[in-house]
Design a protein around this ligand. Structure first.
Ligand SMILES: [Zn+2]
Length: 225
Protein backbone atom coordinates (compact mmCIF):
# COMPACT_ATOMS: atom_id res chain seq x y z
CA UNK A 1 0.00 0.00 0.00
CA UNK A 2 1.26 3.39 -0.92
CA UNK A 3 1.75 5.87 1.86
CA UNK A 4 -0.55 8.83 1.40
CA UNK A 5 0.24 12.27 2.72
CA UNK A 6 -1.91 11.57 5.76
CA UNK A 7 0.05 8.45 6.69
CA UNK A 8 3.35 10.26 6.16
CA UNK A 9 2.10 13.11 8.28
CA UNK A 10 1.14 10.76 11.02
CA UNK A 11 4.49 8.93 10.87
CA UNK A 12 6.45 12.16 11.19
CA UNK A 13 4.12 13.29 13.94
CA UNK A 14 4.82 10.12 15.91
CA UNK A 15 8.51 10.91 15.87
CA UNK A 16 8.10 14.55 16.71
CA UNK A 17 9.11 15.60 20.20
CA UNK A 18 6.08 16.97 21.94
CA UNK A 19 3.60 14.57 20.41
CA UNK A 20 2.50 11.17 21.72
CA UNK A 21 4.17 8.16 20.04
CA UNK A 22 0.94 6.19 20.27
CA UNK A 23 -1.89 8.60 19.45
CA UNK A 24 -0.01 11.57 17.99
CA UNK A 25 -1.72 14.16 20.17
CA UNK A 26 0.34 17.07 21.48
CA UNK A 27 1.89 16.47 24.89
CA UNK A 28 0.28 18.49 27.65
CA UNK A 29 2.40 20.09 30.33
CA UNK A 30 5.33 18.54 32.16
CA UNK A 31 3.43 15.30 32.81
CA UNK A 32 2.69 14.88 29.10
CA UNK A 33 6.41 14.72 28.33
CA UNK A 34 6.48 11.44 30.27
CA UNK A 35 3.01 9.94 29.85
CA UNK A 36 0.35 10.86 27.30
CA UNK A 37 -2.65 12.55 28.95
CA UNK A 38 -5.00 11.11 26.34
CA UNK A 39 -3.97 7.46 25.95
CA UNK A 40 -1.76 6.96 29.03
CA UNK A 41 1.16 5.55 27.03
CA UNK A 42 4.63 6.23 28.45
CA UNK A 43 6.76 8.22 26.01
CA UNK A 44 10.23 7.12 24.85
CA UNK A 45 13.14 9.02 26.31
CA UNK A 46 14.54 11.53 23.83
CA UNK A 47 18.20 12.55 23.80
CA UNK A 48 19.02 15.82 25.51
CA UNK A 49 15.82 16.20 27.52
CA UNK A 50 15.96 19.11 29.91
CA UNK A 51 15.95 18.00 33.55
CA UNK A 52 14.18 21.11 34.79
CA UNK A 53 11.47 20.91 32.12
CA UNK A 54 10.93 17.25 33.01
CA UNK A 55 9.59 18.49 36.32
CA UNK A 56 7.86 21.53 34.83
CA UNK A 57 10.46 23.85 36.32
CA UNK A 58 12.36 26.77 34.83
CA UNK A 59 16.14 26.47 34.64
CA UNK A 60 17.25 28.19 37.85
CA UNK A 61 19.97 27.70 40.44
CA UNK A 62 17.44 28.22 43.22
CA UNK A 63 14.36 26.05 42.98
CA UNK A 64 11.31 25.20 45.11
CA UNK A 65 12.41 21.83 46.48
CA UNK A 66 8.94 21.05 47.85
CA UNK A 67 7.46 21.49 44.40
CA UNK A 68 10.20 19.34 42.89
CA UNK A 69 9.42 16.55 45.35
CA UNK A 70 5.66 16.69 44.75
CA UNK A 71 6.14 16.56 40.99
CA UNK A 72 8.60 13.70 41.27
CA UNK A 73 6.02 11.59 43.13
CA UNK A 74 3.22 12.71 40.83
CA UNK A 75 5.08 11.60 37.69
CA UNK A 76 6.51 8.48 39.34
CA UNK A 77 3.01 7.20 40.10
CA UNK A 78 1.95 7.57 36.46
CA UNK A 79 5.17 6.02 35.14
CA UNK A 80 5.47 3.07 37.49
CA UNK A 81 6.50 0.06 35.35
CA UNK A 82 4.01 -2.16 37.23
CA UNK A 83 1.23 -0.26 35.51
CA UNK A 84 2.52 -1.47 32.15
CA UNK A 85 3.55 -5.00 33.15
CA UNK A 86 0.55 -6.54 31.38
CA UNK A 87 1.12 -4.51 28.21
CA UNK A 88 4.79 -5.34 27.90
CA UNK A 89 6.90 -4.37 24.89
CA UNK A 90 7.69 -0.72 24.24
CA UNK A 91 5.41 0.67 26.93
CA UNK A 92 7.09 -1.25 29.70
CA UNK A 93 10.58 -0.51 28.42
CA UNK A 94 9.79 3.19 27.94
CA UNK A 95 8.35 3.47 31.42
CA UNK A 96 11.40 1.78 32.94
CA UNK A 97 13.80 4.04 31.03
CA UNK A 98 11.80 7.12 31.99
CA UNK A 99 11.71 6.11 35.64
CA UNK A 100 15.50 5.75 35.63
CA UNK A 101 15.83 9.16 33.98
CA UNK A 102 13.41 10.67 36.47
CA UNK A 103 15.19 9.16 39.47
CA UNK A 104 18.57 10.39 38.25
CA UNK A 105 17.12 13.81 37.49
CA UNK A 106 15.52 14.06 40.91
CA UNK A 107 18.78 13.14 42.60
CA UNK A 108 20.61 15.87 40.66
CA UNK A 109 18.02 18.62 41.04
CA UNK A 110 17.35 18.18 44.74
CA UNK A 111 21.07 18.56 45.52
CA UNK A 112 22.16 22.22 45.26
CA UNK A 113 25.71 21.32 44.28
CA UNK A 114 24.76 18.77 41.60
CA UNK A 115 22.04 21.05 40.28
CA UNK A 116 24.50 23.95 39.98
CA UNK A 117 26.96 21.76 38.10
CA UNK A 118 24.31 20.47 35.69
CA UNK A 119 22.84 23.89 34.96
CA UNK A 120 26.23 25.51 34.52
CA UNK A 121 27.11 22.82 32.04
CA UNK A 122 23.90 23.53 30.12
CA UNK A 123 24.50 27.27 30.08
CA UNK A 124 28.21 27.09 29.22
CA UNK A 125 29.29 23.64 28.08
CA UNK A 126 32.61 24.88 26.73
CA UNK A 127 33.38 27.72 29.12
CA UNK A 128 36.58 27.38 31.04
CA UNK A 129 37.21 29.10 34.35
CA UNK A 130 38.51 32.66 34.12
CA UNK A 131 41.63 31.64 36.03
CA UNK A 132 43.09 28.53 37.58
CA UNK A 133 41.83 28.04 41.11
CA UNK A 134 44.29 29.51 43.51
CA UNK A 135 43.98 28.85 47.19
CA UNK A 136 44.19 31.90 49.41
CA UNK A 137 47.93 32.45 49.85
CA UNK A 138 47.92 32.55 53.66
CA UNK A 139 45.91 29.34 53.80
CA UNK A 140 48.28 27.56 51.44
CA UNK A 141 51.38 28.57 53.40
CA UNK A 142 49.71 27.66 56.69
CA UNK A 143 49.05 24.22 55.24
CA UNK A 144 52.74 23.80 54.33
CA UNK A 145 53.78 24.88 57.82
CA UNK A 146 51.42 22.30 59.20
CA UNK A 147 53.10 19.56 57.16
CA UNK A 148 56.42 20.43 58.84
CA UNK A 149 55.12 20.81 62.34
CA UNK A 150 51.74 19.26 62.90
CA UNK A 151 50.50 19.80 66.41
CA UNK A 152 46.97 19.82 67.71
CA UNK A 153 46.74 23.55 68.36
CA UNK A 154 48.07 24.49 64.93
CA UNK A 155 45.75 21.98 63.31
CA UNK A 156 42.69 23.35 65.13
CA UNK A 157 43.69 26.86 64.12
CA UNK A 158 44.05 25.78 60.50
CA UNK A 159 40.65 24.10 60.54
CA UNK A 160 39.02 27.30 61.75
CA UNK A 161 40.66 29.32 58.98
CA UNK A 162 39.67 26.76 56.39
CA UNK A 163 36.08 26.86 57.61
CA UNK A 164 35.97 30.66 57.35
CA UNK A 165 37.44 30.54 53.84
CA UNK A 166 34.87 27.94 52.80
CA UNK A 167 32.00 29.98 54.21
CA UNK A 168 33.19 33.02 52.28
CA UNK A 169 33.46 30.94 49.09
CA UNK A 170 29.90 29.59 49.58
CA UNK A 171 28.65 33.13 50.06
CA UNK A 172 30.29 34.23 46.79
CA UNK A 173 28.76 31.25 44.97
CA UNK A 174 25.31 32.09 46.35
CA UNK A 175 25.70 35.69 45.22
CA UNK A 176 26.68 34.55 41.72
CA UNK A 177 23.70 32.18 41.66
CA UNK A 178 21.32 35.01 42.53
CA UNK A 179 22.88 37.14 39.81
CA UNK A 180 22.54 34.36 37.23
CA UNK A 181 18.96 33.55 38.28
CA UNK A 182 17.99 37.21 37.96
CA UNK A 183 19.32 37.17 34.38
CA UNK A 184 17.54 33.91 33.55
CA UNK A 185 14.35 35.38 35.01
CA UNK A 186 14.44 38.18 32.42
CA UNK A 187 15.06 35.66 29.64
CA UNK A 188 18.62 36.85 29.04
CA UNK A 189 21.48 34.53 28.41
CA UNK A 190 24.22 34.95 31.02
CA UNK A 191 27.44 36.24 29.50
CA UNK A 192 30.58 34.09 29.31
CA UNK A 193 32.41 36.22 31.89
CA UNK A 194 29.89 35.57 34.63
CA UNK A 195 29.78 31.85 33.83
CA UNK A 196 33.58 31.59 33.81
CA UNK A 197 33.65 33.35 37.17
CA UNK A 198 31.24 30.78 38.56
CA UNK A 199 33.31 27.89 37.16
CA UNK A 200 36.42 29.32 38.80
CA UNK A 201 34.59 29.58 42.14
CA UNK A 202 33.48 25.96 41.86
CA UNK A 203 37.01 24.78 41.09
CA UNK A 204 38.32 26.74 44.02
CA UNK A 205 35.54 25.22 46.14
CA UNK A 206 36.60 21.71 45.19
CA UNK A 207 40.21 22.61 46.08
CA UNK A 208 39.01 23.66 49.54
CA UNK A 209 37.03 20.43 49.91
CA UNK A 210 40.06 18.34 49.07
CA UNK A 211 42.07 20.35 51.59
CA UNK A 212 39.38 19.54 54.14
CA UNK A 213 39.85 15.83 53.40
CA UNK A 214 43.63 16.19 53.75
CA UNK A 215 43.12 17.74 57.17
CA UNK A 216 40.95 14.80 58.22
CA UNK A 217 43.65 12.37 57.08
CA UNK A 218 46.32 14.28 58.97
CA UNK A 219 44.19 14.27 62.11
CA UNK A 220 43.74 10.52 61.84
CA UNK A 221 47.46 10.04 61.45
CA UNK A 222 48.11 12.14 64.56
CA UNK A 223 45.28 10.46 66.47
CA UNK A 224 43.49 13.77 66.93
CA UNK A 225 39.71 13.53 67.07
ZN1 LIG B 1 -1.32 9.30 23.42
Amino acid sequence: MQKGPVAADRASQLNTPGTCVACGLAAQGYVGVHVCHACGVPQPLRPGEDLFASFGLEQRFAIDSGLLERRFYEISRLLHPDRFAAIGGDARRNSTERMTFLNDGYRILKNAEKRREWLLNQLAPAASPSSAPRPPQDLASAWFDLQDDANEAALKDFETRLQITQNQAHERIRTLERELDALLETGSKPGPELLAKMKAELLSGSYLSSLERDVERLKKRLFIT
